[in-house]
Design a protein around this ligand. Sequence first.
Ligand SMILES: Cc1cc2nc3c(=O)[nH]c(=O)nc-3n(C[C@H](O)[C@H](O)[C@H](O)COP(=O)(O)O)c2cc1C
Length: 165
Amino acid sequence: MTDLRQQFIEGMSRAATFVSVVTTDGEGGRHGVTVSSMTSVSADGPAPSLLICVHQQSPAATAILRNRGFCANLLADDQQQLSDIFSGRFKPAEGDRFSAVDWAPGARGQPVLARASAAFECTLTTALLCETHYIIVGAVTGVDLSERTDALLYGQRAYRRAIKL
Ligand SMILES: Cc1cc2nc3c(=O)[nH]c(=O)nc-3n(C[C@H](O)[C@H](O)[C@H](O)COP(=O)(O)O)c2cc1C
């Protein structure tokens, strides 16, 4: 069983993914967490939709469920530090995670991180607890696109850039 888990983790580490910081604000508090799990669901429903998987013990998961909204900020390839801040790898000397970064509320009040490659503001449509993680689906209400088109990647336990083959 342990071997299978280890093999799973090793296999998944080879699937380089882009890195997002999911932020949320509202009655449930302001929180943010780094994820590799942000994925498009559909561009062609009543609204475009995306999903994220967030550990049930993450304060951000509880806050998203309560706030019923979030913003998925796709990081640009020079924003490793934001990833480290919102994953808890780097602790700001003072203040919370948000005081260490540039951000502003989006049209629906969800925190949009400055200079992210793209920021998808969402309302919560579905949350499903699967084993340890919530699968959270959002209906996209707005997209901010920056001039930084190259997104940050994470694979084989390191940050990476995509190169054209
Ligand atoms: C590149 C990267 C990707 C991550 N992806 C996820 C993810 O998809 N879902 C998740 O729950 N945690 C993910 N984590 C872990 C969280 O960012 C965080 O470290 C962990 O949930 C502890 O969060 P907390 O300090 O907010 O409690 C990722 C961390 C890194 C560095």
